[in-house]
Ligand binder design. Structure first.
Ligand code: GUN
Length: 312
């Protein structure tokens, strides 16, 4: 371990480090007349999505980006939404486009995500970016923000090379589980993906040196799922009843039972204040990368993207 004493992995603190380290690159871009531009699209009025989108727009403003928020009505058609994206694809001032998920059920989110130009896909959800990640071409892909943030927290404990370490990802979503497994594999970990149909989940999880929980089930991961000294990354954000604080009160918990797991884990992310702030910091990171790449393409139109995109 790099930091023997670090037990609670504060995403808040590490996210600040990520944002600080972006400052120099943003200043360089500004010196060259480029202001990174991020467009965030939200459809409908889901309260949780509103909060997430608000945090993303606020972080973009803090970074000095051009930050545009598109609040579109629940009834918008898929065609109209794709047209908004097509316009943003052509907009020279916008380097990153993010469509907050989930979308209303009458809209096919795959169609919408694939309408985003891969070079502006700061969520890393376009098939082009997923394909590059799966093929190990991480240097010229835009990578999904939450898994990227998890990797940065894991790096705090284990460094960038995870050779010899066993990682278990619980959850197989396209947003977190699958790209997380690809990133861990790219970092040389031995990776297992467990999910809702995995028998004896506790036994599989207990083999992990690095355990990433991304299932959306409150406090699913108990101490019996965790090896002594393991690094545990909790991606879940679940709102549950909190009767101790009064009738109707709620609180946020992760997919990990913090109290019991804290007694066995070597390092553990809290909820809130763990992975959440890292996702936002990595969105800023991706927007800067997209702006840098766009600017480099404008200056050297014949360069291949892999020559101009810096490493993560
Ligand atoms: N909804 C939940 N997580 C995410 C995310 O990382 N990106 C987008 N666009 N929507 C989400």
């Amino acid at each position: 371990m790099l930091h023997e004493s670090k037990k609670i992995l504060s995403g808040k603190e590490v996210a600040e480090e990520v944002l600080d380290s972006l400052e120099r690159r943003i200043t360089t871009l500004r010196g060259e007349g480029v202001q990174p531009g991020l467009a965030v699209i939200i459809v409908g009025s889901d309260p949780a999505s509103q909060v997430y989108v608000g945090s993303k727009a606020k972080a973009a403003q803090r970074c000095g980006f051009l930050s545009r928020k598109y609040e579109l009505p629940e009834e918008i058609t898929q065609r109209q939404l794709v047209e908004v994206i097509a316009t943003l694809n052509q907009d020279e001032a916008i380097h990153g486009i993010l469509v907050q998920l989930p979308l209303p059920s009458h809209i096919d989110s795959d169609v919408v995500i694939q309408a985003i130009a891969p070079a502006k896909d700061v969520d890393g959800f376009h098939f082009t970016n997923i394909g590059k990640l799966s093929a190990g071409h991480t240097a010229d892909a835009l990578l999904p923000c939450t898994p990227l943030g998890c990797m940065r927290l894991i790096e705090e404990v284990h460094g960038a090379d995870l050779s010899g370490l066993c990682a278990v990802v619980v959850g197989r979503s396209n947003i977190v589980g699958k790209p997380m497994a690809s990133l861990l594999l790219a970092a040389n970990a031995t990776v297992t993906v467990a999910h809702s149909r995995t028998p004896d989940l506790a036994k599989i999880c207990a083999q992990a040196d690095i355990l990433v929980a991304a299932v959306g089930k409150p406090q699913l991961i108990m101490a019996d799922c965790v090896k002594q000294g393991a690094t545990v990354i909790d991606v879940g954000i679940n709102r549950i009843a909190n009767p101790a604080a009064g009738v109707g009160a709620t609180r946020l918990v992760g997919d990990v039972d913090f109290e019991s797991v804290n007694a066995v884990a070597g390092a553990l992310t809290p909820v809130p204040g763990g992975v959440g702030p890292m996702t936002i910091a990595m969105l800023m990171h991706n927007t800067v990368r997209a702006a840098e790449a766009h600017h480099a393409r404008a200056r050297y139109p014949r360069s291949s993207p892999s020559m101009i995109l810096p490493h993560v």
